[in-house]
Design a protein around this ligand. Structure first.
Ligand SMILES: Cc1ncc(COP(=O)(O)O)c(C=O)c1O
Length: 414
C-alpha cells in the first residue's frame, strides 16, 4: 500500500508519458507561407479562400466524395448541420445520451426539443432500438454521436430513419475516418459534423469544424447558414437569403488542416496498432478487458475504452483509477461527465430568458417535462474508463501503462 504513488511512493511512470507531438514544422511552414503571400502581394489573409477550398476538397476525397464546408468549431458544425435541414421550430430531435454539450445544445439553439435516447447495451453509442422507442409524431431528426472513435450501428439507425422519415446528423467530432463495413462514419446519414479542435485526430489549429454532406442542394444550404445567409448557390444578384450567424473557418485553420489531412491516415493506423498491442497485454492484468464493438467496425480510437471488473477490486473503481493516474497514466475515470442531459443547463431548461423556452413553448406539441433515464449509458460508464492514446507512442508506453495497472492491482486486487 505504502509504495503506491498516491500514498507518497515513487511513480511507476517516473517522467510521464510522451506528449502527442501532433504539430510539426510542416504546419508552421503552411501558416508562414500564408504570411509570406500576404506580405508579398499586399492582400490580407481571409476566409473562404483557396486554402479552405483545397482543405474541403481534400477532406471530401478522403471521405469518398461529397461536399464540405469549414466552420469554426464542432459545436457550430452541429448547429449549421441542423439549421441546414430547416427543421420547423419545436421539432423533436433525438440525441445520444453520451456526447459533448456541443453535440446537444445546438438543438435548443435551433429552437427544437432534445429527446435523449439510451445507448446500445454495452456501448457509449446510441442504438437503433433506443431511437425507435423515442419517436413521436414530433420527431424530425436524430443526432448520432460516434463516441471515442467507435462507429454507431449506422445500418440499423438508417433503417429506422427511413421507416419514420427522419433526417440523420452524424456527429463525428470524436471519430474521424472510423469505418463501418469499410465506409467512413459521416457518409451514412444526411449530413455530418466534425470537430477539428486541437485534440482531435486531425486539427485546424486550436478550434475548427467541418460540415459534410453528399447532397449537393443541402451543401448550398450549409454554406448559406454558415455565413449569414449569403446567397451561395443562388442566382447572381440574389441577396442574403436567411438570417444566421458567421461560423466561418479562417484560412490559417484551413492551411493547417491541409497538412494535418496528410498525416491523419498514419495517425489512425498507428492508434489501431497501439490498441491491438494493448489488447494482447490486457490479459496480463486481472481486471481489464477490451469491450466488444459492433461487427464491421474499425474504430479510429480517439481514446481507448477499456472495461474494468470492479468485483475483483478491494476498493471502488474510482479509488483504483485515482491510484493508477497517480502512477502517471492519463485516463478519464468515468465518462458520465459527458452526459449533457444531466447537466444544469438541461435540468433547469436554461437557454433563453427565464421561461424554459423552447421546452415550455405553447407551440411545442409534445410532452413538456420529460425526464430521461438512460440505464445502458449509466451502466457502461460505470463499467468502463477511457485511456488517452497518442500516436507518438510505441509499445514501450503501452508496457509502462500496463505495468502501472499491475502495480496498483497488486495492492487493490483480491
Ligand atoms: C461528440 C461531440 N460533439 C461535439 C463536440 C463539440 O466540438 P467542439 O469542441 O469543436 O466545439 C465535441 C467535442 O469534443 C464532441 O465530442
Amino acid at each position: 500500500m505504502k509504495n503506491l504513488a498516491i500514498n507518497g511512493g515513487s511513480k511507476f511512470i517516473e517522467h510521464g508519458l510522451k506528449p502527442r507531438f501532433n504539430i510539426g514544422v510542416e504546419e508552421k511552414n503552411a501558416v508562414m507561407a500564408l504570411f509570406d503571400k500576404a506580405i508579398s502581394t499586399g492582400h490580407a489573409i481571409g476566409y473562404n479562400g483557396e486554402e479552405e477550398t483545397a482543405f474541403c476538397s481534400k477532406f471530401c476525397d478522403m471521405m469518398g466524395g461529397g461536399y464540405a464546408d469549414g466552420v469554426n468549431s464542432g459545436t457550430t458544425a452541429v448547429f449549421v448541420a441542423l439549421r441546414a435541414l430547416e427543421l420547423e421550430p419545436f421539432s423533436e430531435v433525438i440525441v445520444s445520451p453520451i456526447t459533448d454539450p456541443g453535440g446537444m445544445m445546438p438543438i435548443v439553439m435551433n429552437n427544437c426539443i432534445p429527446v435523449v435516447a439510451d445507448s446500445d447495451e454495452g456501448t457509449y453509442n446510441i442504438g437503433p432500438k433506443q431511437i425507435e422507442e423515442k419517436i413521436t409524431k414530433n420527431t424530425k431528426a436524430v443526432i448520432v454521436a460516434h463516441i471515442m472513435g467507435e462507429p454507431c450501428d449506422m445500418e440499423g439507425i438508417m433503417e429506422v430513419a427511413r421507416k419514420y422519415d427522419l433526417k440523420v446528423v452524424e456527429d463525428c467530432a470524436q471519430s474521424h475516418f472510423a469505418l463501418l463495413n469499410g465506409k467512413p462514419v459521416g457518409s451514412f446519414g444526411h449530413v455530418a459534423s466534425f470537430s477539428t479542435m486541437f485534440g482531435k485526430h486531425f486539427n485546424t489549429g486550436g478550434q475548427g469544424g467541418i460540415v459534410y454532406t453528399k447532397d449537393h442542394d443541402l451543401y448550398w444550404k450549409i454554406r448559406q447558414y454558415a455565413d449569414r445567409g449569403k446567397p451561395f448557390g443562388l442566382a447572381p444578384g440574389s441577396s442574403n437569403t436567411v438570417a444566421s450567424l458567421n461560423f466561418n473557418m479562417d484560412d490559417f485553420g484551413a492551411a493547417i488542416g491541409i497538412v494535418q489531412l496528410d498525416k491523419v491516415k498514419t495517425i489512425i493506423a498507428k492508434r489501431r496498432q497501439l490498441v491491438d498491442y494493448m489488447k494482447t497485454k490486457l490479459s496480463e492484468t486481472k481486471t481489464l478487458t477490451a469491450p466488444e464493438i459492433i461487427s464491421g467496425a474499425e474504430p479510429s480510437y480517439w481514446f481507448f475504452r477499456i472495461e474494468i471488473d470492479e468485483s475483483k477490486l478491494t476498493c471502488s473503481k474510482n479509488t483504483f483509477l485515482e491510484a493508477v493516474i497517480a502512477e502517471g497514466v492519463d485516463l478519464l475515470k468515468d465518462y458520465s461527465i459527458a452526459m449533457p442531459y444531466l447537466m444544469d443547463w438541461f435540468v433547469n431548461e436554461k437557454a433563453f430568458g427565464t421561461g424554459h423556452f423552447p421546452w415550455s413553448a405553447s407551440q411545442y406539441q409534445g410532452t413538456y417535462g420529460n425526464e430521461f433515464v438512460c440505464e445502458n449509458a449509466a451502466n457502461v460508464c460505470k463499467k468502463c474508463f477511457n485511456l488517452h492514446l497518442y500516436e507518438s507512442w510505441t509499445t514501450n508506453e503501452i508496457d509502462q501503462i500496463i505495468g502501472a495497472f499491475k502495480k496498483v492491482e497488486d495492492v487493490y486486487c483480491q
